[in-house]
Design a binder for this molecule. Structure first.
Ligand SMILES: [Zn+2]
Length: 565
């Protein structure tokens, strides 16, 4: 089953699409269905769909959208059904844009609303349909007056398995469904709801950045809060007493379940709710593809690390740098019938057949879980995170007894992993002898290919600030277009790619570190000087030179104000 741009295609149609793609471009013949979203451009994909159905394909249509045709239509129904009326052709034809020609919804919905017109279909991108609807829409979701009319005393909604792609008569349910469906469609990682002194708003984090704030009437803050607590079957009273509330629930997006991790903390003016979308369609990535399309040098170094038989492999980086995504991708590669893989995560993000996933319900469970793990004959253990002495000790114990341990830790640089273990109370020789690879990862935003703008080179000030040599003055590069375009939702960027730094701890290095003959920082400098192993700064600059990103995006995630080489 192919899922593309939020639309699911059944098995039969998916096979026809694969056939059409391969017929048009032989390089697509090798693709598996789940690789399509990462490997095929929207243009090629939608053009293939149009060809199969004998319909014309237009990549840009929003500009032709006649707003008066939308007066009789519900923008939510159209956005969710991926269709929109565009304009009249002559006096008797209505041109409509669709993204899924196999869905009868567009005609079923529009025919009775335009009884005197013959419907003519054209295929376009799903994003273009949203853009057309947005460009003429007077509101998004329930109207302001509908929101104002919500009875703030009515607290029991009784919805526990929340389908965000059906229609609700209750405006609060409709509002939250609309917001959440929109978040999934735009591939947001988080939704924030925040009460400030004079405003109440929500915002999405997409590709690492928090986007525009959308205001909600202030009087709805308690009602919205209660609705979300109800989804998790939590009593609404606890919001007045608990400083922090954590929870989880599941939403259904076109019958696809998406786990939501909910975090609420009380603030001076009310609350701040963050909902993380654990959208499995986003994290089901494979090494070398999609977000994890590393260059050859990085793949080579990573493959070598994966072959290490026993010891600890640590992935470091700040929150949201995709550490666990990469570890999960590594686990997929290591997954063989003859290997026993156990994971201990909070929460389980990506279930892989053949791997035993365990979810940690509280910190107290950690030690007994690991102890039980060790008795169940594992070869590889994935520990979500090393955060305290107990988890650090258990990782080392597992490694000493011959297991391969994959884990993450919060440090900016790979070389700081050893120091972090020391801060937690582990002696240096112990970590030096069990750590086999210290890695760091970042996600770098990629320029939107449809609107990126060429620029002549890097200014003297930026060259000085970011330690870039003279050669950068006249290199043809690209920068994000201010205001972007419809393809990138006006951000100038589209998607992210991971870059990796890998420092292997060889027996010789391990010996020198144990004896104190070399510090972790000296090791990092030495590795950078040798210039063989993948390094964050070099990989970031390569993306820049290739025109895939810009200096602002690179310097945002990598500290470039120093240089080791
Ligand atoms: Zn763009």
């Amino acid at each position: 089953m192919i899922e593309f741009d939020g639309i699911s295609f059944n098995e039969l149609i998916s096979r026809r699409i694969m056939g059409e793609l391969a017929g048009h471009d032989p390089s697509y013949a090798e693709l598996a269905q789940d690789q399509v979203p990462n490997r095929v451009t929207r243009y090629s994909f939608m053009a293939a769909i149009a060809r199969i159905n004998g319909l014309p394909f237009f990549p840009k249509v929003a500009e032709f959208c006649d707003g008066s045709l939308h007066a009789a239509c519900d923008s939510t129904v159209m956005t969710r059904g991926f269709f929109a009326p565009l304009c009249l052709a002559g006096t008797d034809k209505l041109i409509i844009a669709i993204a899924n020609p196999w869905s009868p919804l567009a005609e079923e919905y529009l025919a009775p609303r335009f009884p005197d017109l013959e419907i003519v279909k054209i295929v376009t991108l799903a994003s273009e349909i949203s853009r057309a609807i947005e460009s003429v829409a007077t509101n998004n979701g329930p109207s302001r007056s509908e929101l104002e009319a919500i009875d703030v005393e009515d607290m029991d909604d009784g919805i526990h398995d929340f389908d965000v792609t059906t229609d609700y008569t209750e405006p609060m349910a409709q509002l939250i469904a609309t917001i959440m469906a929109d978040a999934v469609r735009t591939r947001a990682s988080d939704i924030h709801f925040k009460v400030e002194k004079e405003t109440f708003y929500y915002a999405f984090r997409v590709d690492g950045d928090i986007g525009d704030k959308v205001e909600i009437p202030m009087k709805l803050k308690d009602r919205l809060d209660a609705f979300l607590l109800n989804l998790m079957k939590l009593p609404t009273e606890i919001r007045n007493t608990a400083p922090g509330i954590s929870g989880r629930f599941t939403i259904s997006y076109f019958h696809r379940p998406i786990d939501i991790r909910y975090e609420r903390h009380r603030t001076y003016r009310g609350y701040h709710v963050t909902m993380r979308l654990l959208d499995k369609s986003n994290i089901n990535v494979t090494l070398g593809k999609g977000t994890l399309a590393f260059d050859d040098d990085t793949m080579f170094a990573l493959n070598k690390v994966m072959k290490i038989p026993a010891g600890i492999i640590v992935m470091s980086g700040p929150t949201g740098s995709g550490k666990s995504t990469t570890l999960n991708a590594i686990l997929r590669e290591l997954n063989r019938p003859e290997v026993n893989i156990l994971t201990l995560e909070n929460p389980v993000e990506d279930e892989v057949p053949g791997i035993t996933h365990c979810d940690l319900k509280s910190a107290k469970e950690f030690k007994p879980m690991i102890a039980s793990f060790m008795r169940s004959d594992p070869d590889i253990i994935l520990m979500g995170e090393v955060r305290d002495l107990e988890s650090a000790e258990l990782a080392i114990e597992a490694a000493v007894t011959g297991h391969k341990v994959l884990t993450t830790i919060h440090t900016p640089r790979a070389s700081q992993i050893i120091e972090r273990f020391e801060q937690l109370g582990i002696e240096r020789w112990k970590i030096a002898q069990t750590l086999k690879a210290a890695c760091a990862q970042r996600l770098v935003k990629l320029l939107c290919p449809y609107c990126k703008e060429p620029c002549g080179g890097i200014t003297e000030l930026d060259r000085k600030t970011f330690s870039l040599d003279e050669s950068w003055a006249n290199i043809p590069l690209f920068v994000a277009k201010a205001g972007g375009c419809g393809e990138c939702r006006n951000s100038g960027y589209s998607g992210r790619t991971a870059i990796l730094e890998i420092i292997p701890i060889t027996p010789k290095v391990s010996d020198m570190l144990s004896k104190g003959e070399m510090t972790p920082y000296e090791l990092e400098v030495k590795v950078a000087e040798e210039g063989v192993l993948p390094n964050l700064r070099r990989s970031g600059l390569r993306l820049l030179r290739e025109g895939k990103t810009d200096l602002a995006a690179v310097s945002k995630v990598i500290d470039m104000t120093y240089t080791d080489d």
